[in-house]
Design a protein around this ligand. Structure first.
Ligand SMILES: Cc1cc2nc3c(=O)[nH]c(=O)nc-3n(C[C@H](O)[C@H](O)[C@H](O)COP(=O)(O)OP(=O)(O)OC[C@H]3O[C@@H](n4cnc5c(N)ncnc54)[C@H](O)[C@@H]3O)c2cc1C
Length: 422
C-alpha cells in the first residue's frame, strides 16, 4: 500500500533523502537557526532532515557548523547547536561505555518503573500500523515510507511502546533502528533508554493533548488521538506506566500497512544496480583509474561515507557478519550502497576479516567506529584507526548527563567561534 505522505502532513524535505553531498549542502543552506528554534517541536516545523547524512558520515558536525556559519552567527545558546550537542553527547557516552561501547545496549541505570515483565517483541498491531492510536499508526506509516521520523514522533512511539504497551526498550530500539535511514546506535538506543527512564532522571510521557499541539496543521486529523489510551491526564499515564500491564490495541478494525523486510545482507539485485562491476572480487584488482597504488588503502565503512580526501585506493566495506544482529531494510541498504559506490573505487561485501591477506604489506587506514562487528573487523585489518571529526571540545572524562557534557565542553572551549575554524 502506498502511503500518502502529504495526507500525513510530511513536509517535502522530509520525504526523500538522496545520498549525495549536493543534498547536504542544499539542506544546510536552507536551514535558519532562528526559524529552527521557533518551530522544531512541530512535526511540520523547519527541521533539517540532516540525520541520515550525519549518521553515514556524508557530513560531520564541524563541517555542518562551518557551512552554517557562512550565513549565521552561531553560539552554544543556539537551539540547533544544542541539538548537535545531543548527538555529540550520545557518541561521547558510547566512546566511554564498557565492552568496547556495547554497554549502551544494556540498561545504563538499574531502575525499573513497572514490576512486571516487559515484552521482548514489538506487537504486530504496532508493527502493522493498526494499534488504533492515530499518532502511532501514522508514525509507523511515515517511518516505513521515508526511513525518517520527526523527533517528537520518535518520542511518542517509544513512550507508547514502553509505558503503555509494556515492550522492553531494547526490543523497540532494535526494531526502530532497522527501519531508520539515520539509525545510529548511540542516538537511538540511548534515546530509548532516556524515554524508558534507564538513562534519565524521569520517564518521558506524552498524551493526546501533546499530540494535538505538535501534529502537522495540514493533517491534524491523521495524528490527533482522542478517545484512545493516551487521551488521559499525565497522572493517569504515569499510573498506567507504573502499575498496569499491556493496554493492548484499541478496539475495532484498523487498516494495516506492510512492514518492509529487514535483511542481514543487501538484496542481490540492489547490489547489481548500485555497486555493479565495482564489486571487489576477492583478489586485489588492477588499481582503479585515478588512484595511486603506492599510497595507503582507505577502508570506508558505512559510517564514514565522506567525500574523498585521499589520493590512494578507497575500499568500501560491508562487513556482513555485523548485520546478522543489525539488519537494515532495502531503503537503508540502497542509501549506503549507492553512496559507497560513488565515493569508493571498489566495494567489498562479505566477511571483511578475510581481506587480511589481500591487504598485507600495504599501508591501510580507516575512520574508527565502535559499531559491533565492524569495530573488531577494522582492528584486525589496521592499527591506523583515526577518530571521527568532532565539533565540541570533548571532555576527557565520561559525563553521565547531557547538561554536564555541554557545560564541560563550553568550559574546555568557551569561544564557540574557535570551533568553526576549518
Ligand atoms: C526514540 C528515539 C530514537 C532516536 N533515534 C535516532 C537515531 O537512530 N539516529 C539519530 O540520528 N537520531 C535519533 N534520535 C534523535 C532525533 O530524533 C533525531 O536526531 C532527529 O529527529 C533527526 O532529525 P533532523 O536531522 O531533522 O534533526 P534536527 O532537529 O534538524 O537536528 C539537527 C541534528 O541535531 C541532532 N539531533 C537533533 N535532535 C537530537 C536528539 N534528540 N538526540 C540526538 N541528536 C539530535 C541530529 O544529528 C540532527 O540531525 C532519536 C530520538 C528518539 C526520541
Amino acid at each position: 500500500m502506498n502511503t500518502d505522505l502529504h495526507a500525513l502532513g510530511v513536509p517535502d524535505a522530509l520525504q526523500h533523502f538522496p545520498p549525495t553531498v549536493a543534498e547536504v549542502v542544499s539542506r544546510l543552506d536552507r536551514l535558519h537557526p532562528a526559524t529552527y528554534a521557533r518551530t522544531r517541536n512541530a512535526l511540520d516545523g523547519a527541521v533539517s532532515g540532516l540525520s541520515p547524512y550525519f549518521t553515514h558520515g556524508l557530513v560531520s558536525l564541524p563541517q555542518a557548523a562551518i557551512r552554517l556559519a557562512r550565513h549565521h552567527r552561531l553560539g552554544y545558546d543556539d537551539k540547533l547547536v544544542f541539538e548537535f550537542g545531543w548527538r555529540a553527547f550520545f557518541h561521547h557516552v558510547w566512546h566511554h561505555a564498557g565492552d568496547g561501547g556495547d554497554a549502551i545496549l544494556k540498561a545504563m541505570k538499574p531502575v525499573k518503573l513497572w514490576s512486571g515483565r516487559y515484552s521482548d517483541t514489538v506487537p504486530a498491531d504496532v508493527r502493522e500500523g493498526r494499534s488504533g492510536v492515530p499518532a502511532i499508526d501514522s508514525a509507523v506509516r511515515v517511518l516505513y515510507a521515508t526511513g525518517y521520523l520527526h523527533n517528537h514522533a520518535r518520542m511518542w512511539l517509544a513512550s507508547y511502546l514502553v509505558h503503555i504497551r509494556k515492550v522492553h526498550w531494547r526490543a523497540g530500539a532494535d526494531w526502530l533502528y532497522g527501519h531508520l535511514l539515520d539509525g545510529d546506535l548511540p542516538s537511538n538506543h540511548l534515546s530509548w533508554q532516556w524515554v524508558a527512564n534507564q538513562f534519565s532522571s524521569k520517564p518521558y510521557y506524552f498524551n493526546a493533548g501533546n499530540v494535538a499541539k505538535f501534529a502537522p496543521s495540514s493533517a491534524w486529523k491523521a495524528w490527533a488521538s482522542p478517545k484512545t489510551a493516551i487521551d488521559k491526564p499525565y497522572e493517569e499515564i504515569d499510573a498506567m506506566a507504573r502499575f498496569r500491564g499491556d493496554h493492548g490495541a484499541e478496539h475495532g478494525q484498523h487498516a494495516a500497512v506492510a512492514e518492509p523486510d529487514c535483511t542481514a545482507a543487501p538484496p542481490e539485485p540492489l547490489v547489481a544496480a548500485t555497486v555493479g562491476a565495482q564489486r571487489f572480487s576477492g583478489t586485489w584488482p588492477a588499481p582503479p583509474a585515478g588512484s595511486d597504488p603506492s599510497l595507503a588503502v582507505e577502508l570506508v565503512h558505512p559510517w564514514a561515507l565522506s567525500e574523498r580526501r585521499h589520493a590512494g585506493v578507497r575500499l568500501g566495506l560491508v562487513h556482513l557478519p555485523a548485520h546478522t544482529a543489525w539488519p537494515w531494510n532495502g531503503r537503508r541498504w540502497q542509501f549506503v550502497l549507492q553512496r559507497m559506490a560513488e565515493v569508493c573505487d571498489t566495494v567489498f561485501i562479505g566477511d571483511a576479516t578475510t581481506l587480511a591477506g589481500v591487504l598485507q604489506g600495504r599501508p591501510v587506514f580507516a575512520q574508527a567506529t565502535r559499531f559491533p562487528g565492524y569495530r573488531q573487523a577494522l582492528a584486525a585489518l589496521t592499527r591506523d584507526l583515526r577518530p571521527a571529526p568532532r565539533l565540541f571540545a570533548d571532555p576527557p572524562m565520561a559525563c553521565g548527563s547531557f547538561s554536564r557534557y555541554y557545560e564541560a565542553a563550553q568550559r574546555e572551549q568557551p569561544d564557540f567561534q574557535r570551533l568553526l575554524v576549518p
